[in-house]
Design a protein around this ligand. Structure first.
Ligand code: ADP
Ligand code: MG
Length: 554
């Protein structure tokens, strides 16, 4: 066969395959959830593409997923009539991992099954999970719109190589045929498969069909209605969780979710989730997943910019609009006021959820903050409308904290301010240790005044948008003439003046010796133990920011 070729998996894929089999084995039944999830995505994609090109259906509008077994051949097949794949797409989607950071990710794995399982899950390894139970997998697919002879057969034993050849395939879509490993015969039992589908895939909006016992007739084994459109009271926590795993391509439960029907000018339903862990590509501009937009249950597209602000890019889920036209295109979305209104409303819902966690589920909020706090801080500069709400959600570590955990809110700080204190003091540094041992803190320590210790990279940037909280200005302890305001007592002011007088000559000599290296030399109240420290001018860039910019080559 001249169309047949043998190709090697990308090295990373090989490594990942071994890891998937090893770390997910204890929960092996999830392979079925993953394959059904892919089949459902493929049908969503076909429906979307067919909005502008109905011929893609090839007369077959009844999108569905079929699961069937051949006990004699010991195979289990998951079949869909979705979008399918071309030969190039098979190579691209199944043989390679086109994601930056793959190698670094693989290095992070610990060998601990439970920990690795969720890391691997983030990676979108759904298809490879078939090798947990199969020693050979055959995938037969044809992209909708291509002629039947452009079908493609992909086959692999999951050990480094796969074969590809062209085959004739009448219907569009994909069949995944699992040749079960020795000892995995449970997955040939219809009752077992039904139970797995019920447990993990009941939320899938398309019908999942299986043959009736002892007959050739097929029947639907899931509810086949969009989960988010069902009444809240009829959805179990397990179903919310299962849907999250599908929509977010996740392997662990979400941290929190909000499910809400918004009525008003724009009517839409949203079901949004906050993951437990940051994806490893949180800082990668080319993130693969985002929020799925539906219009009256029809999948339109997955987008991360139009439906959520950048600082909430970790949110996953669906928004289903009642009002948008079905033929919305990416271009229309780009300038749609309706979309802007939906995005603003959805943003508020996420902030409501976070506020609720912060107030009522502190432990969860702490976990959220640890994973996503640095991203949320970006919001101060990005989302002016919600700046105050965001400021209340911020958490810092401070000189009053036990360790480096960021658990002090600005409201906590303000509540603890000393009599006579009118500013919120902070110090920035490039590490927690450097912030904590900064000589600038000496006088504050002496006076028992709390200082926020800021050492995240984003902090300097955030501070340029956060000037005050509840009327109290934020002040760097390392900038300008230290003005302790009413915190300085009269006696101290007097000694300060006397000191300045007494050391005038010394100051002049130091100034001369240092020449252009410094702008000024002053006698300071800042220090109680150290002899000298560097400060920056009131309106100048902080030294820490300067360091960061230098490191970034600017
Ligand atoms: P993910 O679903 O997170 O993208 P998977 O490993 O589950 O990762 O699937 C990899 C890719 O293979 C999918 O993104 C999709 O492009 C393609 N794919 C998998 N199954 C199907 C299918 N049934 N129909 C069409 N494309 C598929
Ligand atoms: Mg998948």
């Amino acid at each position: 066969d001249p169309t047949r070729e043998t190709l090697g998996f990308q090295a990373e894929v090989r490594q990942l395959l071994r890891l998937v089999i090893h770390s997910l084995y204890s929960n092996k039944e999830i392979f079925l959830r993953e394959l059904i999830s892919n089949a459902s995505d493929a049908c969503d994609k076909l429906r979307f593409e067919a909005l502008s090109d109905p011929a893609l259906y090839e007369g077959d509008h009844d999108l569905k997923i079929r699961v069937f077994v051949d006990k004699a051949a010991r195979t289990l097949t998951i079949s869909d009539n979705g979008i399918g794949m071309s030969r190039a797409e098979v190579i691209e989607n199944i043989g390679t991992i086109a994601r930056s950071g793959t190698r670094e990710f693989l290095e992070k794995l610990t060998g601990d099954q439970a920990k690795d399982a969720h890391l691997i899950g983030q990676f979108g390894v759904g298809f490879y999970s078939s090798f947990i139970v199969a020693d050979r997998v055959t995938l037969i697919t044809r992209r909708a719109g291509l002629a039947p002879e452009h079908g493609v057969k992909w086959e692999s034993t999951g050990e480094g190589e796969y074969t590809l050849e062209n085959v004739e395939k009448t219907g569009h879509g994909t069949d995944v045929i699992l040749h079960l490993r020795e000892g995995e015969d449970e997955f040939l039992e219809p009752w077992r498969l039904r139970a797995i589908i019920h447990k993990y895939s009941d939320h899938i909006a398309l019908p999942i069909l299986m043959k009736k016992e002892g007959s050739d007739e097929e029947e639907r084994v899931n509810q086949a209605s969009a989960l988010w459109a069902r009444p809240k009271s009829e959805i179990t926590p397990e179903q919310y969780e299962a849907f999250y795993k599908h929509v977010a391509h996740a392997f662990e439960p979400p941290l929190a979710y909000v499910h809400s029907k918004v009525e008003g000018k724009q009517e839409y339903t949203l079901l949004l989730y906050i993951p437990q862990h940051a994806p490893f590509d949180l800082w990668d501009r080319q993130q693969r997943h985002g929020i799925k937009l539906y219009v009256r249950r029809v999948f339109i597209m997955e987008d991360m910019e139009k439906l959520m602000p950048h600082y909430l890019r970790f949110v996953r889920g669906v928004i289903d609009s009642n009002d948008l036209p079905l033929n919305v295109s990416r271009e229309i979305l780009q300038h749609s006021r309706d979309i802007d209104a939906i995005r603003a409303g959805a943003t508020r819902k996420v902030l409501d959820l976070l506020e609720d966690l912060a107030a009522n589920e502190k432990e969860k909020y702490a976990r959220f903050w640890k994973e996503f706090g640095r991203v949320l801080k970006e919001g101060l500069g990005e989302d002016f409308a919600n700046r105050e709400r965001l400021a209340r959600l911020l958490r810092f570590t401070s000189t009053a904290s036990e360790g480096d955990a960021q658990d002090v809110s600005l409201a906590d700080y303000v509540a603890r301010m000393k009599e006579g204190q009118d500013k919120i003091y902070y110090v920035t540094a490039d590490s927690y240790a450097a912030a904590k041992t900064s000589p600038h803190l000496e006088v504050f320590r002496k006076k028992g005044v709390e200082v926020l210790l800021l050492s995240d990279r984003v902090d300097e940037w955030m501070l340029s948008y956060l000037h005050e909280f509840e009327g109290k200005p934020l002040a760097s302890v390392a900038k300008g003439e230290l003005d302790l305001g009413k915190l300085a007592d009269e006696a101290e002011k007097k000694t300060h003046q006397e000191d300045a007088e007494q050391f005038k000559d010394l100051v002049a000599r130091i100034k001369e010796a240092l020449g252009d290296a410094v702008k000024d030399v002053r006698v300071s109240q800042r220090l109680t133990e150290s002899a000298a420290c560097l400060v920056t001018g009131e309106h100048e860039m902080s030294m820490n920011l300067e360091r960061l910019l230098k490191a970034a080559g600017q």
